[in-house]
Ligand binder design. Structure first.
Ligand SMILES: Cc1cc2nc3c(=O)[nH]c(=O)nc-3n(C[C@H](O)[C@H](O)[C@H](O)COP(=O)(O)O)c2cc1C
Length: 233
């Protein structure tokens, strides 16, 4: 597939056919994904392919608990899990949790996560991460930059094989439960759970902000980067 086309059309797929994805295909996807960049080329990712039905269900339960928290934020008019949230924001979200559970759909992606053809748990070996912001007095995210390119490569490698998928981070919130479930040693963090499979739907056009909305020259408030390709969106 043309790279530019892949960049512009690879979205989140959350609905899959029953087609089974064999182990060789999963291995081949990981084999492509491992060429992702990482700080110092430390390649701190670790992947657990979740096949066991009981573990899949337990992982779904962990995901679902966060999903309810996520919807509670939306119902409360908040950006879910913003690092800049106040205590008041947290209280608003907590108060909406029961409402969120009440509107949970039995056939939703979160509710049926355990049925995804492929579930990959991606862990980060914290001892290997280059977290350049670790000493800053703000929310830290640079270390994730050494893991998420790999996760995105998994999605792209799956796409190249006619599959779709989505990177999810809901399980991060209750990672201690994930550690227990998968016997993860100390020193690791949960980075993502990736669901993959054959998409049930054709691709739809992705909605993204225009370049001029996020890029400027020379200072934050400098002239915007005009985009001659804008009409293509
Ligand atoms: C870091 C990250 C975390 C995400 N977490 C979740 C998640 O927990 N659950 C989910 O369904 N989608 C998750 N997504 C997918 C986003 O919702 C998706 O990329 C975004 O809404 C754009 O969707 P589109 O590509 O279909 O337009 C995540 C994406 C990223 C990059």
């Amino acid at each position: 597939m043309d790279l530019r086309q892949a960049l512009r059309t690879t979205g989140a797929t959350r609905s899959f056919t029953d087609r089974e994805i064999d182990r060789d295909t999963i291995a081949a996807i990981l084999d492509d994904a491992r060429f992702a960049p990482s700080g110092g080329n430390r390649q701190a990712w670790r992947v657990i392919v979740v096949e066991d039905a009981a573990k899949r269900l337990a992982l779904r339960d962990i995901y679902l608990d966060t999903w309810h928290d996520y919807i509670a934020h939306i119902l409360g008019g908040l950006i879910p899990f913003s690092p800049l949230a106040t205590d008041d924001d947290r209280a608003v979200a907590a108060a909406k949790r029961d409402d969120a559970i009440a509107i949970s759909k039995p056939d939703g992606f979160a509710e049926t996560l355990h049925e995804a053809p492929v579930l990959l748990l991606v862990l980060a070996d914290l001892s290997l991460l280059a977290a350049l912001d670790r000493d800053l007095d703000r929310y830290q995210f640079a270390g994730g930059g050494s893991i998420y390119p790999f996760v995105w490569n998994v999605i792209l490698a799956a796409r190249d094989r006619g599959l779709g998928g989505v990177m999810t981070t809901m399980a991060v919130r209750y990672e201690d439960r994930v550690f227990d479930l998968f016997d993860v040693p100390d020193g690791f963090g949960v980075a993502a759970v990736v669901a993959l499979g054959e998409p049930t739907k054709a691709l739809s056009k992705l909605t993204r902000q225009d370049v001029a909305s996020f890029a400027t020259y020379d200072s934050f408030s400098g002239p915007v980067v005009e985009n001659p390709n804008r009409a293509e969106s």
